[in-house]
Design a protein around this ligand. Structure first.
Ligand code: GYE
Length: 312
C-alpha cells in the first residue's frame, strides 16, 4: 500500500505541508463527496488538512481564511460561495505569502491575480450540454422550461444559466417560462418547484425542468410526483452533478439526464500546490476538470454502483 501511495502521489515529499480548506458547507451530495474526497486526497499525499465549514456564508469563509493566515498554513483552498467580495482577504493571504487555490467555483477577474490557480469544471459548458440535450430531445416540439438556479451570485449558477441559454437561443420553440433560485438544496428545489407548478396551473404545460444541480432536481421530482405529474415521462428533466440519487431516479424512470462532474477537484489542487512549494512550478491559471452528459439510456445502475463509498 505504501508503494502504491507513493506512485499515485509523486509529490510525497509534501509530507509536512498543511493546507487550510474553506469549504462552503454541505448543501448538496456533490459537495459532501468533494469534502470526503479532499480528505482522502490529502491523506494519500501526507498533507495535513484543516477544513472550515462556512455553512453557506461568505463572512464565515472570510473569517476562516483569516484564521488560516494567522495559523501560518502552507496553502489555502477556497470554494467561493459567491464570485465577488474576496479581494481584501485574498490580499491578506498574499501579504502572508500563502498561495490560494480556488476549488470548484470561480471568482470575478479582479481577484484572480491574487490566486495561484483554480481547479474547476467548465460550468458554461455544462449548461450548454444540458441545453443541447434538451433541444435535441424535443426537436421542433414547443417546450416550456422551468429553471431551478443555483445560489445567487455563485459563478456556477451564473455560468450554468448562461450556457443553457446559449444552447437554446437557436430554438425559439424552447422557452424558459419560470426561473428562480433553489440555492442548490433539495428542500428549496422542492419548494420552488411546488410554486412553479402552482403558478403554471398544475404543471401540465411544463415540458421540462432544468436544474443547476441534481439535488434540486431530486426535490423537484418529489414535488412533481406529489402534484400527480410524471417526471421523466411527461416532464423531461436535465440537471448537473451526477450524484447517486439522480441515477437512482433514472433507474426508476423519474429522471432523464445529468451532466456529471468529478468531486475530485482537490487532487489536482494538491499536486499544483506541492509542485509550487517544492519546485517553484507555477501552474496554469485554470486547471479544468471534465464534465460529461449522462442519460437514462447509459446504464445508470452501473454508475450508481460505482459511486458507492465515495462520500456522497
Ligand atoms: O454542482 C453543486 C454544489 O460548485 C461545482 O456546488 C459546485 C456546485 C455543485 O452545491 O451541487
Amino acid at each position: 500500500a505504501t508503494v502504491l501511495t507513493a506512485m499515485a502521489a509523486p509529490g510525497a515529499s509534501a509530507a509536512g505541508l498543511t493546507v487550510g480548506f474553506s469549504q462552503i458547507g454541505s448543501e448538496s451530495g456533490w459537495r459532501a463527496a468533494e469534502t470526503s474526497v479532499t480528505k482522502s486526497e490529502a491523506q494519500k499525499r501526507g498533507v495535513t488538512l484543516k477544513i472550515a465549514d462556512a455553512q453557506q456564508k461568505q463572512e464565515n469563509q472570510i473569517k476562516a481564511i483569516r484564521s488560516f493566515v494567522a495559523q501560518g498554513v502552507d496553502a489555502i483552498f477556497l470554494a467561493p460561495v459567491v464570485a465577488t467580495g474576496w479581494d481584501a482577504v485574498l490580499r491578506e493571504a498574499r501579504e502572508a505569502k500563502i498561495p490560494v487555490v480556488l476549488l470548484d467555483r470561480d471568482i470575478d477577474p479582479s481577484g484572480k491575480d491574487l490566486t495561484l490557480t483554480a481547479v474547476t469544471s467548465d460550468s458554461v459548458h455544462e449548461g450548454k450540454v444540458a441545453g443541447e440535450w434538451l433541444a435535441k430531445t424535443v426537436g421542433s416540439k414547443p417546450c416550456n422550461v422551468v429553471e431551478l438556479q443555483g445560489t445567487v451570485g455563485a459563478s456556477v449558477a451564473t455560468n450554468r444559466k448562461k450556457g443553457f441559454e446559449q444552447a437554446i437561443t437557436g430554438t425559439p420553440t424552447i422557452k424558459i417560462v419560470r426561473s428562480q433560485t433553489g440555492d442548490f438544496t433539495r428542500s428549496k428545489g422542492k419548494e420552488v418547484m411546488e410554486s412553479f407548478i402552482k403558478a403554471e396551473g398544475g404543471g401540465k404545460a411544463i415540458c421540462a425542468v432544468y436544474a443547476h444541480n441534481d439535488d434540486m432536481m431530486v426535490g423537484a421530482i418529489q414535488a412533481m410526483k406529489e402534484a400527480g405529474l410524471k417526471p421523466g415521462r411527461d416532464i423531461l428533466t436535465v440537471s448537473i452533478d451526477g450524484v447517486p440519487d439522480i441515477f437512482k431516479a433514472m433507474m426508476a424512470g423519474d429522471a432523464n439526464a445529468t451532466v456529471e462532474l468529478t468531486p475530485n477537484m482537490a487532487g489536482p489542487a494538491f499536486d499544483a500546490v506541492i509542485a509550487y512549494k517544492t519546485k517553484g512550478t507555477v501552474p496554469p491559471k485554470w486547471i479544468q476538470t471534465e464534465s460529461k452528459l449522462f442519460t437514462a439510456a447509459d446504464n445508470p445502475q452501473a454508475v450508481y454502483d460505482s459511486k458507492k463509498g465515495l462520500g456522497y
